[in-house]
Design a protein around this ligand. Structure first.
Ligand SMILES: Nc1nc2c(c(=O)[nH]1)N[C@H]1C(S)=C(S)[C@@H](COP(=O)(O)OP(=O)(O)OC[C@H]3O[C@@H](n4cnc5c(=O)[nH]c(N)nc54)[C@H](O)[C@@H]3O)O[C@H]1N2
Ligand SMILES: Nc1nc2c(c(=O)[nH]1)N[C@H]1C(S)=C(S)[C@@H](COP(=O)(O)OP(=O)(O)OC[C@H]3O[C@@H](n4cnc5c(=O)[nH]c(N)nc54)[C@H](O)[C@@H]3O)O[C@H]1N2
Ligand code: SF4
Ligand SMILES: [Mo]
Length: 803
């Protein structure tokens, strides 16, 4: 337990003036933490809350977080326990930070925008921008203007409708969604896009779990995970690959603790020894508060980046060897087993060794654990999905689950852990650049118009279309397109070509300061806030990572009297743009704008599994959407069976003198919103310009711990991209691998470097080298793209196939 003076220091109100910035030389390296959460975590929650909201508002707001009649946490998509099992404080440190960021008392009001020209704001860091607080009224940057100016809602909506109406084709517009948007906002947003005439509905999911959605839809007939919270509690074994739950899904640790206390085991697969995988000091228990805590992973596999496909295939082969296959399940419910068996019979252990960097004995030990377990849950996140061969890797994880019949029984299943709090719900509501035939037909029946059939642009293709001048207007429902997307220099440049960029946002971000000809910010209410329309107090609904759908109602006084809820904004734009169009249709936008229950009525009629939607979400805890494999072991694939797939292993060979770099989250950010500069568990504080490198690689490459370098990514076409001024830190990551923070390092990720089959940027495996600081030419945006030169590494970075 920390001594009282340390605790007092930690609780000292956070008075940080928001707009200071830091560089690589400010980075401090501290002790890495041995356990996640504990007293320190509670202190940080209170401290950040009080710093942004003041003490009273902090207490009042956090009390309602994740409670039955309260609001849903806008942090991650981890589920809440059943209503009867919820505790008084049903949230984590990072949930408290997310709330503090939204419920902050700081304001980016019209005076703020009058003081700072957009050109100046463009030089600020993401941290500085986000810390200015909430935007209070619609702000327009007119053509040729230097500053944002306040405009009325009427004028703002008129600008959007007139501009969209003036396009040659609806496909010249894209409608981007970030995963925080509620089901009501998402449903009306896709309806707006499709009634207008386009399927250009890129979303953050395209950069996140898209590989999961593609792989699972093909393997088990539905692109979602198959477990409930109880399954985690009851599992004998939980395998966690490519995920850092202590930071990104902190309450998952409570579920893992329950599993371990009940005799379950955890296997963690990660190039970094993430604190939250090792030990948990649960702040809700005396054990946790006194630092006794619970040990989590029994086996920690420090895998090489991108090695998971080889690992899971090897584990499958070893299960076969051990006779640990549930043959009855395989015969009854799957197809493809014999081909897979033949494929793995030829497994080359040398390839497994090179791909994973793991000792064979350790893989054998994990195979023993798997063989002995009759109930295994497989969890994964970005460390698996953001790789070139992510779709195949997820299919291989699924193979492993199918081999032992670990789908559709208690304590077992597939658990892709989603990111944004409602990213899964947004897809359920139809946010997708591909419009499924059944969904199109349901829209036609319900609203009487013919939705467009052609596939729209996902995120990567949106950037391409912008580059080719095929997109003129972007409408963003939340998110931060400019910062979240790969290849920052290119993306930033092409965003400048837009006629109009419209962003529905809560706080200033990078996208707002990279305007096209005109830029419009439409500020909206957040989840903590009361949404009162002419029809009364409105609630919203969301779906968590385990397909549970429930109501969220905000109660705080809105940040400004000029704010509206996202559904209102979307419906008012649609009304102004479409009126009673498309011909013959019947979309009552005005009613939906004021009464979100009317939207839920339509959701009930259109979205599969959502019949009687409005009634079901009113129940305490809501309801769980159907999942055929979980519920009845039914697999809605073309064969009617779960597909055991044959996946050739790829080894990404890195040329001499280079490392594989992953871009990941610190403990002090939510995606592109930077909360602060304390990556506490990893012991890195004071700045974000750091690259973690294994000490042996430092020596091998002749790099000095603590020195500052330019990081240069090399791509197959010979182009290079540079992130300037990064301090290297000796860190226990897997050999040959490095790690640095997203979104700053998005400059290094080439737009074409994507997962095959899902088009998800492969943000976790970028080939880089280090150059002396300052030796690389600097462009305005801080990077350089040099195409067509330095082709020497070209053939080396091509993946090696083993079929
Ligand atoms: N506090 C907080 N919570 C968040 C977010 C946030 O930014 N802050 N973001 C939300 C969102 S949108 C998402 S998608 C999730 C993201 O949650 P995570 O997926 O946990 O996020 P990342 O930080 O990208 O971490 C990826 C992890 O995978 C590991 N990894 C990287 N490559 C590999 C690999 O090849 N193999 C294996 N086995 N492991 C690998 C990394 O070392 C790291 O531990 O979190 C959500 N929750
Ligand atoms: N290199 C690299 N790139 C990545 C990743 C990576 O790991 N590495 N991860 C990818 C992943 S997993 C994801 S999900 C994407 C995230 O991509 P996005 O979802 O686009 O980004 P966020 O940072 O979550 O969006 C933050 C913005 O949302 C707005 N906002 C916050 N709350 C609300 C609200 O209630 N309503 C509205 N309308 N707006 C709100 C604020 O203005 C804030 O600036 O990034 C991806 N990019
Ligand atoms: S685990 Fe995720 S959803 Fe739960 S309180 Fe923490 S950030 Fe919020
Ligand atoms: Mo995400």
């Amino acid at each position: 337990m920390p001594d009282s003076s340390r605790l007092t220091r930690m609780l000292e109100p956070w008075r940080g003036a928001p707009a200071t910035d830091v560089d690589a030389t400010d980075v401090d390296v501290h002790r890495r933490r041995g356990a996640a959460a504990g007293v320190e975590g509670v202190a940080v929650s209170v401290n950040r809350g009080a710093g942004q909201m003041g003490p009273l508002r902090t207490l009042g707001t956090l009390r309602r977080l994740n409670q039955v009649h309260g609001f849903d946490c806008m942090g991650c998509a981890w589920p809440d326990p059943d209503p009867e099992h919820r505790s008084f404080a049903e949230f984590c440190e990072n949930g408290a930070k997310a709330v503090a960021e939204e419920a902050t008392r700081r304001r980016a009001d019209r005076e703020f925008f009058a003081r700072h020209p957009v050109a100046e704001l463009a030089t600020w860091s993401d941290y500085q921008l986000g810390q200015q607080g909430r935007i209070t009224e619609p702000m327009l940057l007119r053509e040729g203007g230097t500053h944002y100016e306040p405009v009325s809602w009427e004028e703002a909506i008129g600008v959007v409708a007139d501009t969209l109406r003036g396009l040659d084709s609806p496909d010249e517009a894209v409608f981007y969604t970030s995963g925080r948007a509620s089901n009501e906002a998402a449903f009306t947003f896709q309806l707006l896009a499709r009634a207008y005439g386009t399927n250009n509905l890129p979303d953050c999911s395209n950069m996140c779990h898209e590989s999961t959605s593609v792989a699972l839809a093909e393997s088990i007939g539905i692109g979602k995970g198959s477990v409930t919270l109880e399954d985690i509690h009851e599992a004998e074994l939980v395998v966690i690959a490519g995920q850092n739950p202590g930071t990104n899904h902190p309450r998952m640790l409570s579920a893992l603790e329950k599993c371990v206390r009940g005799g379950g085991r955890i296997v963690a697969v990660n190039p970094l020894p993430e604190t939250g995988l090792m030990k948990f000091d649960n702040p809700q228990t005396v054990r946790g508060l006194t630092g006794v805590g619970t040990d989590l992973a029994t086996e920690f596999l420090p895998i090489r980046l991108g090695g998971d496909l080889a690992l899971f295939q090897a584990l499958g082969a070893l299960l076969l060897e051990r006779g640990a296959v549930d043959q009855d399940f395989v015969d009854r419910h799957t197809t493809g087993f014999e081909s897979w068996k033949q494929h793995v019979a030829d497994l080359d252990w040398d390839v497994v060794d090179r791909a994973t960097g793991l000792p064979r004995e350790q893989i054998e030990r994990v195979a023993d654990l798997l063989a002995a377990s009759s109930r295994t849950v497989f969890c994964w996140a970005m460390g698996v999905t953001q790789h070139k061969h992510a779709v195949l890797t997820i299919k291989e994880i699924t193979n492993l689950a199918l081999l032992q019949g670990n789908i559709g029984k208690p304590g077992a299943g597939l658990c892709p852990v989603r990111g944004h709090s409602n990213v899964q719900g947004d897809r359920t509501m139809g946010i997708w650049e591909k419009l499924p035939a059944h969904f199109a037909e349901a829209l036609r029946q319900e609203f009487g118009f013919d939705p467009p059939a052609e596939r729209g642009h996902d995120v990567v293709n949106t950037v391409r279309a912008l580059q080719e001048g095929r997109v003129r207007v972007m409408v963003g429902l939340g998110g931060n397109f400019a910062a979240a997307t790969p290849d920052s220099e290119l993306t930033h440049e092409v965003l400048r070509s837009l006629d109009l960029n419209v962003q529905v946002s809560t706080k200033p971000n990078r996208t707002h300061v990279l305007p096209g000809r005109r830029m419009l910010i439409l500020p909206c209410l957040g989840r903590t806030e009361r949404d009162v329309t002419t029809a009364g107090w409105q609630g919203l609904t969301v779906e968590d990572s385990m397909s549970s759908v429930h109501l969220s109602v905000g109660r705080n006084e809105p940040a400004s009297e000029h704010l509206h809820g996202e559904p209102w904004i979307v419906c008012r734009i649609a009304e102004a743009l479409l009126g009673s169009r498309p011909e013959g249709s019947s979309i009552d936008w005005a009613t939906m704008a004021e009464d979100y229950a009317a939207i839920r009525g339509h959701i009930g009629n259109v979205v599969p599994g959502c019949d009687a939607y409005d009634a079901k979400v009113q129940r305490p805890g809501g309801f769980v959407l159907p999942h055929p494999p979980r519920d009845t072991r039914t697999f809605e694939t073309p064969s009617g069976r779960a597909e055991i797939a044959v996946n050739p292993i790829e080894v990404l060979e890195v040329p001499e003198g280079h490392l594989l770099l992953q871009t990941l989250r610190s403990h002090d950010q939510f995606n592109t919103t930077i909360y602060g500069h304390d990556d506490r568990y990893r012991g890195l504080a004071g700045g974000r310009n750091v690259v973690m490198v294994h000490p042996d690689d430092l020596s091998a490459l002749g790099l000095a711990d603590g020195e500052v370098y330019d990081v240069v990514s090399v791509w197959t076409d010979g182009s290079e991209r540079v992130a300037h001024g990064y301090r290297v830190v000796s860190y226990p990551t897997a050999r040959g691998c490095a790690a640095a923070y997203y979104p700053e390092c998005n400059v290094l990720v080439p737009l074409d470097h994507v997962a095959e089959g899902s088009n998800c940027p492969a943000s976790k495996a970028v080939v880089v080298r280090f150059a002396p600081a300052g030796s690389c030419e600097r462009h305005d945006s801080g990077t350089r793209v040099k195409a067509g030169t330095d082709r020497s590494h070209r053939s080396d970075v091509e993946p090696h196939h083993l079929s």
